[in-house]
Write a protein that binds this ligand. Structure first.
Ligand code: GLC
Length: 476
């Protein structure tokens, strides 16, 4: 099978969240299963060209949008020697911008990128069986294909659209747009900049794709249920037997405490006593009190409302009273970061915040005792799977992919690989933190829990095979 992934971010080139991380792993696994796969993504200004040398593969070409002519080129590189990655080079829209998303013309940027897919296929003289579109920034491709003349050789390409985050529908999110201005998801794709700014890329992707997926089994159910559907229930119901949930995995070579170069001390399940050296290193690095016995709670996350910061701030003073420490590494929403900094200032021995870096991210995975993900919603979540791998115990809310991967600790049967709470309230979060701290104080139980966590495996093999079945379904 020949598959092209279209996506706005690919780690290690550019990553703002889990989406980029998935792109660095799933394609390799699909390739390993014997299929031809390539990735198409914008050449963002943020990409470090020293670190990632790219090869020009085309002369300058022209793309037409309405009356506008857009000059562009393509570059190429390899992810892990096997999966080619093609970059859309358009300096004005991408290369000269700092932001991966956003800008006044945010939708226009990605509309042009979506159209450029066909220019790329022409350049490569290649026709994939499947174009797999990820999230809203690739949402117009199924729509373009549907509009295409029957005689076009691309008409036989099938599309799969994956929802990684249902809240993002375009540069302006659906809930920010007045009802009378909302996109009807049916009319021809506009070129007029004003109309374009209301275009709902996500819904168009769903509407016109041959098969739609999201990133966990439970989230697929949530998207079909009132309250948790992000307004997509009716549209998704029209897909009937063409909407599936496939959980994400993590790359066990990339996330491996035994070889992770970012850790001061490497360890694995057989050398678990070394994990504490990383805890001390993290405490030291962030200026917290250095002490093995203090429970260290932490997050490594995109900082946004979705991730449960409102709940965290509601219970933090009480958790600190219990003697816990709390660290956050991540980048995102300014107001939350200000609050984190204010807490860090008030409790310098107990609270610390640092912007995201790969190194600090790893140190959090290895150094904390409890890894918090009290998300309001979570299509998949990767952090909980990585923290399991590092023996840091996830404490999560029972939603989406978190519920699919973490089972609650049961002291009677001594089962479970984390701590899980149900309703999105501060009370439940605090009760669950208290419950976890009680187990933490019993060294033996905690060690068993850590071992069990490290034994859980969420590799990409199974999900990759499921995607292949989806591709077969789409081409049937
Ligand atoms: C989005 C979702 C997250 C998921 C990631 C990759 O960031 O919020 O839950 O893990 O996409 O699919």
């Amino acid at each position: 099978m020949k598959i092209l992934f279209v996506v706005s971010e690919v780690a290690p080139y550019v990553k703002t969240g889990g989406l980029g991380e998935v792109m660095n792993a799933l394609p390799k696994e699909i390739h390993r299963l014997g299929h031809e796969i390539a990735i198409f993504t914008p050449l963002h200004g943020k990409i470090d060209r020293q670190r990632h040398p790219l090869l020009s593969i085309s002369r300058s070409k022209i793309l037409r949008i309405g009356r506008r002519k857009i000059a562009h080129r393509f570059f190429a590189s390899l992810i892990s020697q096997e999966v080619p990655i093609y970059f859309f080079d358009q300096p004005e829209l991408f290369g000269a911008r700092d932001q991966v998303y956003g800008g006044e013309d945010g939708n226009y940027r990605y509309l042009v990128f979506n159209k450029a897919v066909f220019s790329l296929l022409e350049t490569l003289n290649w026709t994939p069986d499947i174009i797999h579109c990820h999230d809203w920034p690739a949402g117009l491709i199924p729509n373009y294909l549907a509009q295409m003349n029957r005689k076009s050789s691309w008409k036989k390409i099938k599309t799969v659209f994956t929802i990684h985050n249902p809240a993002f529908t375009g540069t302006a999110n659906a809930w920010q747009i007045a009802p009378e201005l909302k996109d009807d998801v049916e009319s021809p794709i506009p070129v007029d900049p004003k109309k374009l700014s209301y275009l709902n890329f996500l819904e168009r992707g769903i509407r016109f794709a041959d098969v739609v997926t999201t990133v966990s089994e439970l989230h697929a159910k949530e998207l079909l249920a009132p309250e948790t559907d992000h307004g997509l229930r009716e549209l998704l119901a029209t897909k009937k037997r063409h909407f599936y949930g496939i959980r994400n995995g993590i790359d066990y070579n990339l996330f491996n405490p035994r070889v992770d170069p970012n850790l001061p001390v490497n360890y694995d399940v057989g050398l678990l006593h070394r994990k504490n050296d990383n805890k001390r290193a993290l405490q030291h690095r962030l200026g917290l009190k250095i002490d093995d016995k203090i429970p260290l709670l932490g997050m490594n996350t995109r900082i946004s409302e979705q991730k449960g910061f409102d709940l965290i701030f509601e219970v933090l003073p009480k958790a600190l009273e219990l003697g816990a420490q709390f660290v956050v590494v991540g980048t995102g929403h300014g107001a939350y970061i200000e609050t984190l900094n204010a807490y860090a200032k008030k409790y310098p021995n107990q609270v610390a915040y640092r912007p995201y870096s790969e190194e600090l991210g790893s140190l959090v995975y290895a150094g904390v005792d409890l890894f918090l993900m009290p998300s309001r919603y979570e299509p998949s979540g990767l952090g909980q799977m990585v923290s399991l791998r590092y023996g840091s115990i996830p404490l999560v809310r029972r939603t989406g992919g978190l519920a699919n991967t973490i089972t609650d600790y049961n002291s009677k049967t001594d089962t479970g690989n984390g701590f899980v709470f149900d309703s999105y309230t501060g009370d439940e979060l605090l009760t669950t933190i208290k419950r976890a701290l009680k187990v933490f104080r019993s060294k033996k139980r905690w060690w068993e829990l850590m071992r069990r966590a490290m034994d859980t495996s969420y590799s990409w093999e199974l999900p990759a095979k499921r995607y292949l079945r989806i591709y077969q379904l789409a081409t049937r």
